[in-house]
Design a protein around this ligand. Structure first.
Ligand code: NAD
Ligand code: UDX
Length: 445
């Protein structure tokens, strides 16, 4: 099938490459000319395991094209995906300007019936807005063409995006059009072979499904973080509690890892956006507001541990920081907990010596060169001359470090573990002070 994808970011690029791999003829359109040029030269804009060979091989096989030429893109695909960003606007609602700009572009150039697919995460009612926008432009052009607007939210996780798109656990299709449903079935047939994964529903339910999924996951995390904070005060170990409750299949082991807060391009903005959606329809979303508030507090946790440990005097202290990306296996720093920590440390006059396996360039791009940020080439060199070690992201490379070296190198033998990677008993035996998240021990105790 001929497919066009608007927006070559985490979602658009991965989806396009995966569709091309099964034989679809895919054109990707982006307004970012540098990104398009780089992709043509085999330079992939994001770090995502397995993505580079997939993009390169499909580009070489001419099943995947990159362009800034929107007219060419619109004329190419029967199916037109909208996979552009929906960042928060000033009040936290999803900003639809990029989505509606693509809708307008499609309507401006279309010369045959199209199926327009909202892949971006968009508030309930957006498909109607996209349809109104297309109809209005077609009217000014004086042409009459059929089109459908389908909601097809994306559930991929960064760091596992290729695998998630190749083997989705469900494919949600929101449409009331039999023609659109049949075309979407044809498109996704290669991913729907073993058992039925398509869940077809009305458009509004599909739009809400995406927010409900992300908000449910965010709720689990904030709940566990609240339990962790209680465990810390009560002298219990949240990691034991996690195992104790996860073994109940009604609760399960997934997404109950406490830590220094959830980040990324989805949970923070999507919880906020659903809160605003609820408020706009006159509903008070008590639970979602708390999920957001607990997460905001959790992102301050490591800094407050450090402040207590150093008796409020962080000026001139050097802090080794392992992990900058919002989760492992990505270079994405959007809403990463490390950013809250670094910005707090800088405000307190501390110097950060940071290392991340993939997010160093992104950190440099965001913060530029500054005297209180040293980006180090290895995790070991980040320890040199540092007063303490903080772990913010659970990269595999941090899971079994050389604790002797850590002890010898740090000025104070202390680790603040934002992801509960280490065993407190082992560190205690090594003579290293250890502060995790909710592990029965408060700083100073
Ligand atoms: P992104 O910021 O990585 O990429 C968006 C791309 O769209 C950019 O390359 C930008 O230049 C391009 N763009 C903007 N306006 C355009 C236009 N008019 N025409 C063509 N291209 C244009 O965004 P992302 O992380 O891929 O997210 C895209 C959407 O998918 C968002 O709504 C997000 O909430 C949702 N989503 C993201 C993830 C994720 O893990 N990142 C997962 C599920 C859903
Ligand atoms: C999320 C959803 O999982 C995915 O389905 C959706 O399409 C996009 O948003 P992503 O943001 O890529 O994916 O990563 P995810 O693995 O969900 O982690 C999000 C954040 O939650 C990370 O900061 C992670 O560290 C944190 N997290 C996750 C926890 O703190 N505890 C957990 O148990 C799981």
């Amino acid at each position: 099938m001929k497919v066009t994808v608007f927006g070559i970011g985490y979602v658009g690029l991965v989806q396009a490459a995966v569709l091309a791999e099964v034989g679809h003829d895919v054109v990707c359109v982006d307004v970012n000319a540098e990104r398009v040029e780089n992709l043509k030269n085999g330079i992939i804009p994001i770090y995502e395991p397995g993505l580079t060979p997939l993009v390169k091989s499909n580009y070489e096989a001419e099943r995947l094209q990159f362009t800034t030429d929107a007219e060419f893109g619109v004329k190419h695909g029967k199916i037109q995906f909208i996979a552009v960003g929906t960042p928060p606007d000033e009040d936290g609602s999803a900003d639809l300007q990029y989505v509606l700009a693509v809708a307008k572009t499609i309507a401006t150039y279309m010369e045959s019936p199209k199926i327009v697919v909202d892949k971006s995460t968009v508030p309930v009612g957006t498909a109607d807005k996209v349809a109104e926008c297309i109809a209005a432009v077609l009217k000014t052009r004086g042409v009459s063409l059929d089109f459908d607007v389908v909601s097809n939210p994306e559930f991929l996780k960064e760091g596992a995006a290729v695998a998630d798109c190749q083997r989705p656990d469900r494919i949600v299709i929101g449409t009331d059009s039999a023609v659109a449903e049949s075309k979407m079935r044809e498109l996704y047939a290669p991913f729907n072979r073993n058992h039925e994964k398509l869940i077809v529903m009305d458009v509004r339910s599909a739009e809400l499904t995406k927010y409900a999924a992300n908000c449910m996951l965010a709720t689990k995390i904030s709940f566990m973080n609240e339990m962790a904070n209680l465990a810390e005060k009560l002298g219990a170990d949240i990691e034991k509690v996690r195992l104790g409750i996860g073994s109940d299949p009604r609760i399960g082991y997934h997404f109950i890892y406490p830590g220094c807060g959830y980040g990324g391009s989805c949970f923070p903005k999507d919880v906020q956006a659903l809160v605003r959606t609820a408020e706009k329809v006159g509903y008070t979303p008590e639970l979602l507001r708390s999920v957001e508030a607990v997460n905001g507090r959790q992102k301050e946790k490591l800094f407050s541990h450090l402040q207590s440990y150093f008796n409020g005097d962080l000026a001139g202290k050097r802090i080794a920081l392992w992990g900058l990306s919002f989760k492992p296996n990505t270079d994405d720093m959007r809403d990463a907990s490390s950013r809250v920590l670094m910005e707090n440390l800088w405000a307190a006059g501390a110097i950060v010596q940071a290392y991340d396996p993939e997010a160093m360039n992104e950190t440099q791009r965001i913060y530029g060169t500054r005297a209180d940020l040293n980006l180090m080439g290895t995790k070991e060199s980040a320890l040199n001359g540092a007063d303490a070690l903080v772990v913010c992201t659970e990269w595999n490379a941090f899971k079994a470090p050389d604790f002797d070296l850590i002890k010898e190198t740090l000025n104070h033998a202390v680790i603040f573990d934002g992801r509960n990677l280490y065993d407190p008993a082992i560190l205690e035996a090594q003579g290293i002070a250890y502060y995790g998240i909710g592990r029965g021990r408060s700083v100073g105790a």
